[in-house]
Design a protein around this ligand. Structure first.
Ligand code: HEM
Length: 128
């Protein structure tokens, strides 16, 4: 029977498997692989991000949005991201934290896409 997400090892399993899938994905893999030369620091940062969000151990002190601001992404890319995220959560875990992980992923994806669109519109608008 599947357990809920409850430890840093659980977070590592989730993050490692998820980004393994991301790297292989034909749609979003290249976007990540073009920017990330060394995956180790990115994975380590993402452990702290999800550890902070899901377990309440405050180990992440960054700003999540800035690296996404100018990415060449559309809603379909975030939909794929979300599909992979949800599938990975469901592959290993079941429970309140697992639901929260999926919910937070969706909320962040929606927020990122809205902000990206907002900045794109502003930049293409004529000054007068
Ligand atoms: C298609 C969608 C996405 C793409 C292409 C993408 C891509 C990236 C890239 C290229 C970086 C910078 C990595 C580096 O320079 O080492 C990054 C960082 C990050 N991403 Fe995403 N991302 C996506 C969606 C998301 C979502 C939905 C979340 C939140 C749940 C998220 C959370 C983060 C965080 C927390 C960081 C680290 C920010 C920091 O530097 O502190 N990403 N992402």
């Amino acid at each position: 029977m599947k357990q809920d997400i409850s430890s840093l090892d659980d977070i590592k399993l989730l993050v490692n498997t998820f980004y393994g899938g991301v790297q292989e994905d034909k749609l979003i893999g290249p976007i990540f692989n073009n920017i990330i030369q060394d995956w180790t620091p990115h994975l380590e940062k993402m452990y702290t991000f999800w550890q902070t969000v899901l377990l309440g151990d405050h180990t992440y002190f960054g700003s999540p949005f800035p690296p996404h601001a100018k990415l060449p992404v559309q809603p379909e890319h975030f939909e794929r991201w979300l599909f992979l995220w949800r599938s990975t959560v469901d592959m290993f875990f079941k429970g309140e934290k697992a639901e929260e992980a999926k919910w937070r992923g969706k909320a962040m994806a929606e927020m990122f896409m809205a902000k990206i669109s907002y900045f794109r519109e502003r930049q293409t608008k004529p000054l007068i």
